[in-house]
Design a protein around this ligand. Structure first.
Ligand code: GLC
Length: 562
């Protein structure tokens, strides 16, 4: 099989530190908890883990509001705990990617505190986006932008003399002031932060809100009728501005300088990587982030938002592969993360054509069909893990965890719930602490019964210890898929579509060296006959004598070929 850098076909597992494993029993996951559970990831068969933020933070947005980019929050441990985690992961053959949050800081960051204490026009304010308001008394915000979590994107400050003063921009919560990336001081600071973590030995960065750093000059009003997550044509003044690419060219040259540094750990396959979180459509615009001198990867959110409808999935796959091919980058595939409704629940609803981001689900909303959702989720994962390129998994999906849809509203912590004036339940439902052992308090999440979000009772039956070694469990399915993906070189193969592309199947071949793997997903209501000259390698659910049942994916090989 071809020698390609590791990241071109890596399977990367997202850890959401507060919900993975809690070593000290305070009900919030931590770095020592992660270190103690790393074997789970080795046994699963992933290549790398990505850690959501564990930096010093007042936790108004679960750590995506960073007050010190160079230290660990005491909730999660210490820098020494981080070093132990990194070393242990490397010894187990797992790379470690950390989250970089360059669009904004916490309002408790020392720079923002200094900006509040300094007058308008000062260098301290120039690190953020402070502007005078509109109207005679400055009573209107500087423009009409809204926060991603709901409500205005501007908050007015009280000046040091006690009078109402300027506004600062926050594309997210008011506790997350946006940096001004036209300011060289900001650029230099982030280059230094990159080097700080590279020097510690991390294998790369996931770049938060990578499409948001640069804003259109003059900060013009936006067309608020556009949903930037799904709109495929319109450029909004806060997203995907051409200037972001200069930043990524610079960062690429920095991480490339480090690619020799970890040779004692990884031999000559020691690239450090950058992956963009950029909610940008269409695929062709997204592919600009992964040109050869920019980032290595970008999350394929178009794929994540594609419904479980055969024609739409075929188009999404074809379009995604074509887009990254033009720039020579690998495509990435993802179905779940800490910001979206888990795919085992998304797919438990009737599927409608078109891209869509689903708002959080509450107890009084229509509930997903759990059984159907899980069957489709397993089929969707089996389809995804066969695709060439790199894939991202989100903690708990290997257990088939559903979204927690009946959390009490007063337990919710995502700022979206308040900021949307209780119109969007937000993202807590996919962030519930993991179940490790069915019979222990907090299902083995930690040594105590505490859990920062309540764990639904049904989580027990999905605990790791219930699924480990259990034939047909989702955990065993993921292990088998990942083993075969590796041994058959699927991530580094070439996709060709099977001849019959109509109807309810998604069917293709992956050729990798001598190996030819046939992948068929049945998204329709009736069983599909399977060709006789093929033998199954793995399927997402039981096959019946007649063929491939609805909402099932199978990988097969030719009877007489490898
Ligand atoms: C990204 C993160 C999300 C966070 C937001 C603001 O979208 O994935 O969790 O709330 O950025 O930092």
């Amino acid at each position: 099989m071809s020698t390609l850098p590791w990241w071109r076909d890596a399977v990367i597992y997202q850890i959401y530190p507060r919900s993975f494993a809690d070593a000290d029993g305070d009900g919030i996951g931590d770095l020592p908890g992660i270190t103690a559970r790393l074997e789970h990831l080795r046994d699963l068969g992933v290549d790398a883990l990505w850690l959501s933020p564990f930096y010093v933070s007042p936790q108004h947005d679960a750590g995506y509001d960073v007050a010190d980019f160079r230290d660990v929050d005491p909730l999660f441990g210490t820098l020494a705990d981080f070093d132990v985690l990194l070393d242990r992961a490397h010894r187990l053959g797992l790379r470690v990617i950390v989250d970089l949050v360059p669009n904004h800081s916490s309002n408790e960051h020392s720079w923002f505190q200094a900006a509040l204490a300094a007058p308008p026009g000062s260098p301290e304010r120039a690190r953020y986006v402070f502007r005078d308001g509109r109207g005679d008394q400055g009573e209107q915000p500087p423009n009409n932008w809204v926060s991603n979590f709901g409500g205005p994107a501007w908050t007015r400050v009280t000046e040091p003399d006690g009078r109402p003063g300027q506004y600062y921009l926050h594309l997210f919560d008011s506790s997350q002031p946006d940096f001004d990336w036209t300011n060289d001081e900001v650029r230099e600071e982030f280059e230094s932060i990159l080097r700080f973590w590279l020097d510690r030995g991390v294998d790369g960065f996931r770049v938060d809100v990578a499409h948001g750093l640069v804003k259109a000059q003059g900060l013009p009003d936006a067309d608020l009728s556009i949903d930037p997550h799904v709109d495929t044509t319109t450029l909004l003044p806060m997203w995907d501005q051409p200037g972001v690419h200069d930043i990524y060219r610079r960062w690429r040259s920095i991480v490339d300088d480090y690619s020799e540094d970890l040779v004692d750990v990884w031999g000559d396959d020691a690239d450090r990587v950058l992956c963009a979180e950029a909610w940008v459509q269409p695929s062709e615009a997204l592919s600009r982030y992964v040109r050869p001198d920019e980032l290595h990867q970008s999350f394929n959110f178009g794929y994540l938002m594609t419904p479980w409808i055969a024609g739409e999935l075929r188009a999404s796959i074809a379009d995604s592969l074509a887009a990254t091919e033009t720039v020579g980058a690998p495509q990435t595939w993802v179905l779940s993360n800490h910001d979206v409704v888990r795919h085992a629940s998304r797919f438990g609803y009737p599927q409608r054509p078109g891209l869509a981001r689903m708002p959080g689900i509450g107890a009084d909303d229509p509930q997903p069909d759990a059984e159907l959702g899980l069957r489709r989720a397993r089929a969707a994962t089996a389809l995804m893990l066969a695709l060439p390129g790199s894939a991202y998994l989100y903690q708990g999906e290997e257990l088939g965890l559903p979204e927690a849809t009946r959390l009490p509203d007063d337990a919710r912590q995502d700022p979206t719930w308040e900021r949307s004036a209780h119109t969007d339940r937000g993202r807590d439902g996919c962030r519930v602490p993991l179940p490790w052992s069915a019979d222990d308090p907090s299902f083995g999440f930690g040594p105590s019964a505490l859990s920062w979000l309540p764990q639904p009772d049904e989580l027990g039956s999905l605990a790791v210890d219930r699924q480990d070694g259990t034939e047909g469990s989702t955990l065993e399915l993921y292990r088998r898929l990942l083993t075969l993906r590796r041994s058959r070189g699927l991530g580094r193969g070439e996709l060709s579509w099977s001849d019959d592309q109509d109807g309810d199947a998604v069917a293709f071949h992956i050729r990798s060296g001598d190996l030819d793997t046939v992948v068929i997903a049945n998204l329709g209501p009736s069983t599909l006959p399977l060709p006789e000259h093929l033998t199954p390698l793995v399927s997402s659910g039981p096959l019946d004598g007649q063929g491939l049942p609805p909402d099932t994916t199978v990988w097969l090989r030719h009877l007489h070929r490898p």
